[in-house]
Design a protein around this ligand. Sequence first.
Ligand SMILES: NC(=O)c1ccc[n+]([C@@H]2O[C@H](COP(=O)([O-])OP(=O)(O)OC[C@H]3O[C@@H](n4cnc5c(N)ncnc54)[C@H](O)[C@@H]3O)[C@@H](O)[C@H]2O)c1
Ligand SMILES: [Zn+2]
Ligand SMILES: [Zn+2]
Length: 350
Amino acid sequence: MKALVYGGPGQKEWKDVPDPKIQQPTDVIVEMKATTICGTDLHILKGDVPAVTPGRILGHEGIGVITEIGDSVTGLHVGDRVILACVSACGRCSYCKQNLNSHCLADEGASGIGWIFGHLIDGTQAEYVRVPFAENSVYKVPEGVSDAEGILLSDILPTGFEIGTRKGRTKPGDIVAVIGAGPVGLAAVMTAGLYGPAKVIAVDLDDNRLARAKEFGATDVLNSGDDKWKEKIMGLTDGLGVDVAMEAVGIPDTFTAATEIVRPGGTVANMGVHGTSVDLAINELWISDIAITTGLVSASTLPMLLKLVAQKKLPADKFVTHEFSFDEMMRAYDVFGNASEENALKLLIR
Ligand SMILES: NC(=O)c1ccc[n+]([C@@H]2O[C@H](COP(=O)([O-])OP(=O)(O)OC[C@H]3O[C@@H](n4cnc5c(N)ncnc54)[C@H](O)[C@@H]3O)[C@@H](O)[C@H]2O)c1
Ligand SMILES: [Zn+2]
Ligand SMILES: [Zn+2]
């Protein structure tokens, strides 16, 4: 089969590799019908994730059809069309039982790390994938859900919902700000809408992304290149700040900004993956009754979000801006790597 193979920092190739085989009785093999590229894959290619070693097939999102099942798999069958969760869950350990699949203690990949696809085991940017713990890690796709909708459920929609909207304790009537309007920030904008917020303010440096944010449900947008943007937030919130400030970039400036625009009693929900530490003004914040939350997606809300997508209550296909065939994988990486010039959000690669 063909797959996108990591060759070390800056190196990747779409090339022939051996087909995956069932290794554990709980595995299935999936023939991929569609996959996509995540910002995390670009981090890996820069060499920011040293646990990914040369030879690894990248990718942790996708949708496909089961072609083979392990001996102990009873709830899935050859021919089932399924979405692969980006996090693999054994379903039995103490973390999986708390729906914290991201910390799954099973020793596939490494104990304590649920994100293993395209990281510690071979991933989904391939014609076939071995899926461990399949009964807890893939979800049958209902009739009427397209590949373009389905791939958003592997990672992006659950991340925005679990780590942004839900950890941010979003409530009806809240004013929500989301800093960073990439796929993850936009998933938070879209899923915050499920709770009936009074306002959702999207903040980004890129006016194209801000224009998209309005299509995803943002009521107001602010370009953070404007040095008055935080004052403008105060103007949109009667001077008190927002109830929920979500960070979806992953740099110190935007995390600090989230702590500056949150009102007393509010929540800062960090979604960005950070490479450096940040200063926290605890001397000012201690009195504010705020909560600061962090997290890695568990994708445990995938079935619930899938229902909403199937009922057309979450227009997941809005994220897909470009389509490619598997043979155009290298070109797809070029487009995603220049997302802002190419006006790209999510790519559907079939
Ligand atoms: N916590 C998790 O489980 C999880 C899962 C997936 C992704 N992530 C992380 O979420 C973050 C967002 O992911 P993405 O795929 O949407 O990334 P992205 O790079 O596509 O989007 C980031 C957005 O931030 C904007 N931005 C950059 N600097 C800014 C600034 N100073 N002020 C305002 N906006 C700014 C960019 O213009 C861009 O639109 C990344 O750090 C990613 O690694 C976390
Ligand atoms: Zn991802
Ligand atoms: Zn587990």
